[in-house]
Design a protein around this ligand. Structure first.
Ligand code: NI
Length: 393
């Protein structure tokens, strides 16, 4: 049976998958600058044979494995790292100062390379083709996914799947979410312009600190008073800069923050309400403002059909106890760009294990994964390919 062959190939490639992950971990590169990473991916895929290769942008790689004529499944891995100085002590820690794979994208890349190896050996069994998307720049807006979609990468794709290694989820668990999974991560900047002056003579100034404080407080009324309480929404002012000393009222303050929601209608409404509030408060106190609202990635919303397939597959391979119906998260992910083009599902692969010190949060300077999770990624992606294309395995 070819599931046995698939299993044997997965086991065979496993030491390489760990090796690739460690190599990538040692050589992290920032978003849009994944020059060596993408070259490494290209050459590794080339070494397998049976894979048609493409470079739609400078630092991305698309591999395609053709079986018999049929439909196309896309599998996506993101490949970029973060501007963080690694504090792990293991021998394969980052050799690139100030840059670190602190989100597990090294593991995502290694898992998809492993999957590419397995499927390249089984290509004659495939009723259709699989597209392996090694995507640059997930961590930095406007992101690599949208760019690849613009280049037509999704034009001939029927379904798309992807996974995130997830340290909050214990090793052995696979996180499944139906519907909304990750939020749209919008950003905003507000500048309030008043009139500077002596802090002891406030009536001759227009106090931007006092006005700014009211703006911060009132923005929360959108969440608590305007928004349907059953609709998730976050508005956070995360930066508030103004003033220089104890006795001077500053002439301006600047704020930055983020808005998170799963619902495009809420997103539209929030941006409008924010401006009304800023305008109302500043004009009531004789100040001016600028307001800049930038929409981030779209929310990740998993399709019912593809999610059902992934859930059943996890259940068959790892049993009921492996399934974790993970709560949606207000973090963002540009996997959503692919879901605009085809039904798709994003899953979490548990990678947390206290014994291996892999429970630090994502983007932490000591983040790492339990490497046992990598094999699960290869197994799930390879088996899913046959399930989608052949209704098999
Ligand atoms: Ni990530």
């Amino acid at each position: 049976m070819f599931t046995d062959r698939l299993q044997a190939l997965t086991e065979e490639v496993q030491p390489k998958v760990v090796e690739w992950r460690r190599y990538l971990h040692q050589h992290p590169e920032l978003s849009f600058h994944e020059v060596e990473t993408s070259q490494f991916i290209y050459e590794t895929l080339q070494s397998f044979g049976n894979i048609e290769l493409e470079r739609p942008t400078k630092t991305s790689v698309i591999g395609r494995i053709h079986g018999r004529p049929g439909k196309t499944l896309a599998i996506r891995a993101d490949i970029d790292a973060l501007p963080i100085t690694e504090k792990n002590a293991f021998p394969f820690k980052s050799q690139n100062p100030g840059v670190m794979h602190a989100c597990g994208h090294d593991g995502h890349t290694a898992m998809l390379l492993g999957t590419a190896y397995v499927l390249s050996q089984l290509k004659d069994e495939l009723n259709g083709s699989v597209k392996l998307i090694f995507q640059h720049a997930e961590e930095l807006y406007p992101g690599g996914a949208e760019e690849l979609v613009q280049k037509g990468v999704m034009d001939d794709v029927d379904w798309v799947i992807g996974a995130h290694l997830w340290s909050p989820l214990p090793i052995g668990k696979i996180g499944i979410v139906y519907g909304p999974m990750m939020a749209s991560p919008d950003t905003f900047t507000i500048t309030i312009k008043g009139k500077g002056g002596h802090a002891a003579i406030p009536h001759e100034a227009i106090d931007t600190i006092a006005i700014g404080a009211q703006v911060v407080t009132n923005l929360q009324h959108i969440v608590s008073r305007n928004n349907n309480p059953l609709e998730p929404l976050v508005i956070s002012v995360a930066k508030f800069v103004g003033g220089s000393t104890h006795n001077v009222i500053p002439g301006s303050v600047e704020m930055m923050g983020t808005v998170r929601t799963f619902n495009p209608a809420v997103q539209e409404e929030v941006a409008k309400r924010m401006e009304q509030i800023i305008k109302g408060i500043t004009s009531a106190h004789g100040a001016d403002y600028t307001f800049n609202y930038i929409k981030g990635y779209r929310p990740v919303i998993n399709a019912e059909t593809t999610t059902k397939i992934m859930e059943e597959l996890v259940r068959e391979i790892y049993g009921d106890e492996a399934i974790d119906y993970t709560a949606p998260s207000m973090v963002g992910e540009d996997f959503s760009a692919y879901q605009q083009k085809a039904p798709g599902t994003f899953i979490f692969i548990g990678a947390g294990n206290p014994e291996k010190e892999s429970t630090y949060p994502h983007h932490h300077e000591r983040f790492t994964i339990d490497e046992e999770a990598l094999e699960k990624g290869v197994t799930l992606f390879s088996r899913a390919t046959f399930r989608f294309l052949n209704q098999d395995a």
